[in-house]
Design a protein around this ligand. Sequence first.
Ligand code: TYD
Length: 139
Amino acid sequence: MNPRIISIKNIHDEAEGDLSIFEGSGHDLPFAIKRIYYIHHVPVGTVRGGHAHKQLTQLLWCPYGSITILLDDGTDKAEVKLDTPTKGLIVEHAMWREMRWEQEGSVLCVAASEFYDESDYIRDYAAFQAYVKQQARLP
Ligand code: TYD
């Protein structure tokens, strides 16, 4: 599996610091952004996630700290460490993911292609494997 990592545009100023930016709708991301959320105040060592989505595509980035994203497409697995504010990871639909907090104060930000919809989640790993197999059989 080749995780889709993007380099977020960054404007660096020696005296004033950095400004990082991305735009949706085909500019920097392949989708229009309908929702942004962020996960914070998570104890180090916590593993969140443990689900996949049927339709949703997301960009994950970590503006502060270090968080490892574990990806599993039903066949292959990969790990991506988000530990710099300009590194983004695009997570497609039908991708099981877990997120491991590795540094105190780490923040995980997510830009999502759809509004929140609990029925888009697959929260059971065996159901995820069955879903991937079923999708592969579709014409
Ligand atoms: P969840 O996506 O399961 O978080 P994680 O994968 O990090 O553990 O969401 C946690 C809870 O928050 C769950 O009850 C659903 C709710 N939630 C919303 O209500 N709206 C949202 O946009 C998101 C992402 C989650």
